[in-house]
Design a protein around this ligand. Structure first.
Ligand code: UGA
Length: 432
């Protein structure tokens, strides 16, 4: 049995490395970032995920090693590519990491007669394999038949859990190669996990269609939530619960809120829009999904302005900075956008988050004030806004809210709806 080599130690790479080591595979995690390698070797995770450090330390004791230089690949190895594909200014994706890793792999395998299996897990637009990856191999007279596209569907905040229990596996490539990877996964996962085998481009598009559809669901429910806000007595959660019972709609991803953030939905929707435009097709639907999402922060700001008068020089507490609970990631987080807008309006901003404060401090420094406990964050404040559904916030009570100067709570996730607290309660999506 060969080893597993994983290029790119972000969310997907680290989680995959830990998971495969726990399944008794010999894993080498590779990244060009020397600092990252140093901390990982010590069992410290550069990203926060529930239980990740415990799992990492366990894996390091077993079969996982990290390096920033890989010298050799053997024919029986499986090489996973999990490098990032960030957004460029025009919305298209930046392939520089994909290109450099492909070149590195070419360099390592160019003299081999039997080639290892290369599995691209990074999110890449349809056509990227054919137009960018394949030519790098062909130019060096290496066949690309052993390369497959295998998109990842894990969510931040539940990355380990999702890797352990995927709802499906998608493999795009030549049938024989795809079947080799299928056999590998069948050894690891239960036979019940559906495996979809397609060609490269279809697999690439499945990932974008999947994320864009989920983003569409969120923007849709947010549009209805905004309407609810204007219809006294209506409640978006009741509507979501009810329409979610229709099996044609489904109940998941109908939680209205301040808009989707993170490193995936905003980037992937924009990239798909840019591809559709390049093909001279109308991308009105996804443009609206994107615009609706951008508008959500304005809706929250409008609510604040309605209740906090004057806004200038007021003191506002933000509860939740990460783009979602159980994560310290603030990429495209709505909280960051809202803080920027509040600062423009000369508001004194106070913040709390169980995990993401360090990252936010790197953005705002001393422009805002950071509190370890929600109670201190709320003290003397004119308004509190819940933006992230951290479990700590579900148990907030009068004990924490009683010290506010003017007890106004804007709950964008409605986690305290119906609770007996002495505040002016405004739930996003609950008719006022
Ligand atoms: C998303 C997808 O859910 C994963 O399947 C995919 O693998 C990943 O992108 C990726 O492409 O790498 P992620 O961004 O980690 O995962 O987290 P989600 O749980 O999808 O949340 C994304 C955003 O949508 C968050 O800001 C969240 O608060 C928001 N959201 C989600 C809602 O506002 N309402 C919902 O009902 C669900």
């Amino acid at each position: 049995m060969g080893k597993i080599i994983i290029f790119g130690l972000g969310f997907v790479g680290i989680t995959l490395a830990i998971f495969l080591a726990s399944k008794n595979q010999n894993v080498i995690g590779v990244d060009i970032d020397k600092k990252k390698i140093q901390v990982l070797k010590k069992g410290i995770s550069p990203i926060y995920e529930p239980r990740i450090e415990h799992a990492l330390k366990k894996a390091l004791m077993k079969r996982l090693v990290f390096t920033n230089k890989i010298e050799r690949i053997s024919k029986d190895d499986i090489v996973f590519v999990t490098v990032g594909t960030p957004s460029k200014k025009d919305g298209s994706i930046d392939l520089k990491f994909i290109k450099s890793v492909s070149k590195k792999i070419v360099e390592l395998i160019k003299n081999m007669s039997d080639l290892p299996l290369v599995v691209i897990k990074s999110t890449i637009l349809p056509g990227t394999f054919e137009d960018t990856i394949k030519p790098i191999f062909i130019k060096n007279s290496i066949s690309s038949k052993n390369i497959v596209i295998n998109p990842e569907f894990l969510r931040e905040g539940s990355a380990l859990e999702d890797t352990l229990h995927p709802h499906q596996i998608v493999i795009g490539g030549e049938r024989k190669t795809a079947k080799t990877l299928e056999k590998f996964y069948r050894k690891i996962y239960s036979n019940k996990v559906p495996i979809e085998i397609s060609n490269h481009t279809t697999a690439e598009l499945i990932k974008y269609a999947n994320n864009s559809f989920l983003a569409t669901k969120i923007s849709f429910i947010n549009s209805i939530a905004n309407l609810c806000q204007t219809l006294p007595g209506t409640n978006i959660d009741q509507i979501a619960r009810s329409i979610g019972r229709d099996p044609r709609i489904g109940s998941l991803f109908l939680n209205a809120g301040p808009g989707y953030g993170g490193s995936c939905f905003p980037k992937d929707v924009k990239a798909l829009i840019s591809l559709i435009k390049k093909r001279h097709l109308g991308s009105d639907l996804l443009i609206s999904v994107h615009k609706t999402n951008l508008n959500q922060v304005k809706i929250v700001l409008r609510l604040i302005s309605k209740y906090v008068k004057p806004l200038k020089n007021s003191s506002i507490s933000i509860l939740g900075l990460a783009f979602k609970e159980n994560s310290d990631d603030i990429r495209e987080s709505v909280s960051i956008k809202l803080i920027e807008k509040l600062l423009e309006n000369h508001v004194k901003v106070k913040v709390h988050d169980p995990k993401a404060m360090k990252n936010v401090e790197k953005v705002f420094g001393k422009k805002i004030t950071y509190y370890k406990h929600p109670k201190d964050c709320l003290k003397n404040s004119n308004c509190a806004i819940i933006l992230t559904s951290w479990k700590q916030y579900f148990s907030l009570s009068n004990k924490e809210f009683s010290k506010m100067k003017t007890p106004i709570l804007i709950d964008t996730r409605r986690i305290l709806a119906g609770k007996k607290i002495n505040v002016k309660y405004i739930g996003l999506g609950i008719g006022e």
